[in-house]
Design a binder for this molecule. Structure first.
Ligand SMILES: NC(=O)C1=CN([C@@H]2O[C@H](COP(=O)(O)OP(=O)(O)OC[C@H]3O[C@@H](n4cnc5c(N)ncnc54)[C@H](OP(=O)(O)O)[C@@H]3O)[C@@H](O)[C@H]2O)C=CC1
Ligand SMILES: O=C(O)[C@@H]1CCC=N1
Length: 270
C-alpha cells in the first residue's frame, strides 16, 4: 500500500483522509504531520492514522501531501527539500504554482498540483490535477488513485486553469452551503420546524442536483419546467433577478479566481 504523509492536519487533510478511509484505504499507511497536539489527537482517535509533529518522518513516505495554508507553504517547502528522495509531492495549496513550489523545494520536480474540495470526506469530492512535465505516468496514476478515493478527478492541460477550478469546485461547496443556509433561514421564517427546514432544503438540493446531472436538458430548461406562468416560482425568480443574485454569484466566482491568481503572484515572488 502506498504510504501517504500529510503535512498539515486541518480541514482539507481531514476531508481527504475521511474519503480514503471510506474507500477502504489502510489507515496505518497514512501519517499526518501537524503541530497542534489537539488536532493530532483528534485525527488519531477518529481515523487511526499515525500522527507526529516531526517533519523528518516524511522520509519513509511514498507520497507527501502538502496540506498547509498557502502562506505557510514556502517556509515548509524550503525545509522539506532536503528530506526528499523519490517521493511524489502533491500540493493542494490554493494559488501556489508548481514551479514556485519546485524552486522552494530546491529544484525538486516530482510535483502534482491538486485542487480538491471538502465533499471528499464522503467520497463525493472532485479534484482537478496538474502534473509538472517531470512527473512519470506511474506517479500520475498514483495521484489519480489517491484523489479518486475522495471522488472524481479531472486532469488539466494547463496549470493556469487552476484559478478557475479553485473558484468553481474548490470554493464552490461554500457557495452551496451559503444557499442552503439561506433556504433554511427562509423556511424557519415561514414557520417550518428546524427539522422540516433541514429535510426540505437538503432534499431539494439533492434532488435538483441529481436531476440536472441525469437530464439531457439544460439547467435553464429544467428551471423553466418549475416556473409556472403567473405562479410562485416566477415571483421568486423575479425577486432574485431584481436583487442581482445571478450576477452576484458570477462576480463571486471571478473574485475567488482573482484571489487564487493573486496568492500565486504574491507568495510566488518570495
Ligand atoms: N478547506 C478547503 O475547502 C480547501 C483547502 N485547500 C487548500 O488546502 C490547504 C489547507 O487548507 P485547510 O485544511 O482548509 O487549512 P487548515 O488551516 O485547516 O489546515 C492547515 C493545517 O496545517 C498546519 N500547519 C501549519 N504549518 C505547518 C507545518 N509546517 N507542518 C505541518 N503542519 C502545519 C496548521 O496549523 P496552524 O493552524 O497552527 O497553522 C493547520 O492545522 C490550503 O493550502 C488550502 O488552500 C484546497 C481545496 C479546498
Ligand atoms: O478558501 C480557500 O482559500 C480554500 C481554497 C479553496 C477552498 N478553500
Amino acid at each position: 500500500m502506498t504510504k501517504i504523509s500529510f503535512i498539515g492536519g486541518g480541514n482539507m487533510a481531514r476531508a481527504l483522509i475521511g474519503g480514503l478511509q471510506s474507500n477502504g484505504y489502510a489507515m496505518d499507511a497514512i501519517s499526518v504531520i501537524e503541530p497542534d497536539a489537539d488536532k493530532r489527537q483528534q485525527l488519531h482517535a477518529e481515523y487511526g492514522v499515525h500522527v507526529t509533529e516531526q517533519l523528518p518522518s516524511v522520509s519513509s513516505a511514498d507520497v507527501i501531501v502538502l496540506a498547509v495554508k498557502p502562506q505557510q507553504l514556502r517556509d515548509l517547502a524550503i525545509f522539506l527539500g532536503s528530506l526528499l528522495h523519490e517521493q511524489l509531492v502533491i500540493s493542494i495549496a490554493a494559488g501556489i504554482r508548481s514551479q514556485d513550489l519546485a524552486r522552494w523545494l530546491g529544484g525538486y520536480q516530482a510535483i502534482v498540483r491538486v485542487m480538491p474540495n471538502t465533499p471528499a470526506q464522503i467520497q463525493a469530492g472532485i479534484s482537478a490535477l496538474y502534473a509538472l512535465p517531470a512527473v512519470s505516468a506511474a506517479q500520475k496514476e498514483i495521484a489519480d488513485t489517491i484523489m479518486q478515493a475522495a471522488g472524481k478527478t479531472v486532469w488539466l492541460d494547463a496549470e493556469q486553469k487552476m484559478d478557475a477550478v479553485t473558484a468553481i469546485s474548490g470554493s464552490g461547496p461554500a457557495y452551496v452551503f451559503y444557499f442552503i443556509e439561506a433556504m433554511q433561514q427562509a423556511a424557519l421564517e415561514l414557520g417550518l420546524s428546524a427539522e422540516d427546514a433541514r429535510l426540505l432544503s437538503l432534499q431539494t438540493f439533492a434532488g435538483a442536483t441529481a436531476l440536472a446531472a441525469q437530464s439531457s436538458e439544460t439547467p435553464a430548461t429544467l428551471r423553466a419546467q418549475v416556473t409556472s406562468k403567473g405562479g410562485t416560482t416566477e415571483r421568486a425568480l423575479l425577486s432574485m433577478d431584481t436583487a442581482g443574485v445571478k450576477n452576484a454569484i458570477i462576480h463571486a466566482a471571478h473574485a475567488a479566481a482573482a484571489r487564487s491568481a493573486e496568492l500565486g503572484d504574491q507568495l510566488g515572488k518570495e
